[in-house]
Design a protein around this ligand. Structure first.
Ligand code: ADP
Ligand code: ZN
Length: 517
């Protein structure tokens, strides 16, 4: 069987599962009866599309909207998946080609409009096509009391019994009455495995902090949680080893874990982690699948993860027992540079790279948030919620300031130095520092030279980091991380937009004038 994780990346282009997806994918692939309730936009279609590619046989998808079916089929085809749809919107020839492909076992997914369920022709086709499972999208359409009732959906149960294959039903409508009806009508009253948790994990506290002596930040975080079991995620293998050693020097029971270790060694660490009480594992994201420990009390990210999905998956390893667990994610401009470079240097097609930048932007938005992080996190997964009182921003709402002028100064320094320099040089220009490099490029003659002395270097760093976080500037991997201005920054440059930023005091820099932020 092809691995779910490998297909997630190679076919769909995602690095991590969204909340709930992985468990559902495994259950569907194992042939279990499944009722999954996920918010709209939560990623239901992947939960039946991916299992369809993991094993043999055809996955029959019943979906009420022809337009949606066609979109999914064309997206799948573009990703190289053999998929087809039988609908009234297609020509007879088109439908016949799909039928032939299904009969000869060429298709992985066959989408079927519900009105086709009543035809005996369809049944014969399906009987011959080697259907391995049925997936029902918008399963609440079987509910007579709902506003989306589709009489044809009542025939699905019959078809399932006729074919004798497992059925997985998906919906965003969670009330008990609808669930009851789905179970009666689609599962003939036998209890399917239900997945109906929302995405919220209220026992996990959320916090982000800008990097400022990051090793020390992790050491003191772990130091304040001595005797508890935790994970530190790092972006590189070398860092896992160095940080684990530093933790041991402080008297912690700590070891490292990454993908370049031999499998026996990795299993040994997993086993120790699952059985020992107060072990800290410092790991790359390779650590996770073999982890099944309910009482992980904290997870720290020493580096910024790749996406909101990755972040959620990694912090979600904490507190599975439901008791209080804590998380901290560190991030800085070098993380943003690294993540952007990884995307730009990947061999993925342009639209996938753009989507990856978008997912990174969403995470940066979470990092630079100015109000409840959980609300923002859950809204990313389309789940509405109230401020949580269990995140750093609910505890201490951040102070903000009108950064319009500061941002324009920085953007203009970047533009006038022709978008060829990194943060260090830009800050030197803003502060009017006569370094060799400033002289060499004649930057002391720029009109922006020395306009930013009201801010200290650390404050400029915070401003530039947040500009990156808001995707107003981007480090260019192909030009040694030179900062480039994005289209999103144009309104700000033209004086048509304002910008509010967090008043982070990243470092306790002592020199320079007092804050004017
Ligand atoms: P639903 O059917 O639950 O409303 P979709 O299946 O249409 O949601 O997915 C919503 C969006 O989420 C799509 O744009 C999809 O590409 C994206 N998506 C799904 N799974 C993932 C994932 N694991 N990582 C990133 N994006 C995902
Ligand atoms: Zn909160």
């Amino acid at each position: 069987m092809a691995s779910a994780n490998a297909l997630l990346k190679s076919v769909f282009g995602f690095d991590a599962f969204r909340p709930g997806q992985e468990e559902i994918v495994r259950a569907v692939a194992n042939g279990e009866s499944v009722l999954a309730i996920m918010p709209t936009g939560g990623g239901k279609s992947l939960c039946y599309q991916l299992p369809a590619l993991m094993g043999e046989g055809l996955t029959l998808v019943i979906s009420p909207l022809i337009a949606l079916m066609r979109d999914q089929v064309s997206a799948l085809k573009q990703a190289g998946v053999a998929a087809g749809a039988l609908t009234s919107a297609a020509s007879e020839d088109e439908n016949q080609a799909v039928i032939d492909a299904a009969r000869t076992g060429e298709l992985s997914l066959l989408y079927l409009a519900p009105e086709r369920l009543s035809s005996t022709v369809t049944r014969n086709i399906l009987r011959d096509a080697g259907v391995a499972r049925i997936a029902v999208d918008e399963a609440h359409c079987v509910s007579q009391w709902g506003h989306d009732f589709r009489p044809d959906y009542l025939r699905i149960g019959e078809l399932q019994r006729y074919l004798g294959v497992p059925l997985a039903a998906f919906t965003a409508t969670a009330d008990n009455e609808t669930q009851g009806e789905i179970i009666t009508r689609l599962f003939a009253g036998t209890e399917p495995r239900r997945f109906l948790h929302g995405f919220d994990r209220p026992n996990i506290s959320l916090a982000f902090a800008p990097k400022d002596k990051p090793r020390q930040q992790i050491l003191s975080y772990a130091g304040a949680r001595r005797g508890q079991c935790g994970i530190v995620y790092c972006a590189t293998r070398a860092k896992t080893e160095a940080l684990a050693a530093a933790l041991r020097d402080e008297g912690h029971n700590a070891c490292h874990y990454h993908g370049a270790m031999d499998p026996d060694e990795r299993r040994r660490v997993e086993h120790r982690f699952n059985t020992e009480d107060a072990l800290i594992v410092v790991a790359t994201i390779a650590f996770g699948m073999g982890v099944d420990k309910p009482d992980i009390r904290w997870v720290a990210h020493a580096d910024l993860p790749k996406s909101v999905e990755g972040y959620y998956q990694e912090i979600g390893r904490a507190g599975r027992d439901g008791a209080r667990a804590e998380t901290l994610t560190l991030y800085g401009p070098e993380d943003i540079r690294l993540r952007r470079a990884q995307i730009d240097e990947s061999l993925a097609p342009a639209d996938r790279q753009e989507a990856d930048h978008g997912r990174l932007n969403a995470l940066l938005g979470l990092a630079e948030a100015t109000s409840c992080r959980r609300q923002l996190l859950l809204s990313y997964f389309n789940e509405a919620s109230e401020p949580c009182n269990n995140c750093d921003l609910c505890d201490t709402p951040p102070e903000t300031f009108d950064a319009t002028e500061a941002a324009r100064m920085a953007l203009s320094a970047i533009l006038r130095s022709e978008e060829r320099f990194g943060a260090g040089q830009i800050i030197d220009i803003l502060l009017g520092k006569l370094t060799d490099k400033v002289r060499q490029f004649g930057h002391d003659a720029l009109p922006t030279f020395g306009v930013g002395t009201a801010y200290r270097p650390a404050q400029w760093q915070a401003v530039l980091r947040q500009l990156m976080g808001h995707d107003l500037i981007r480090p260019d991997a192909r030009a040694h991380g030179a900062l480039k201005i994005t289209r999103k920054a144009h309104p700000l440059l033209k004086g048509k937009a304002t910008l509010t930023l967090r008043k982070d005091l990243v470092s306790t820099a002592t020199s320079g004038p007092k804050i004017k932020m």
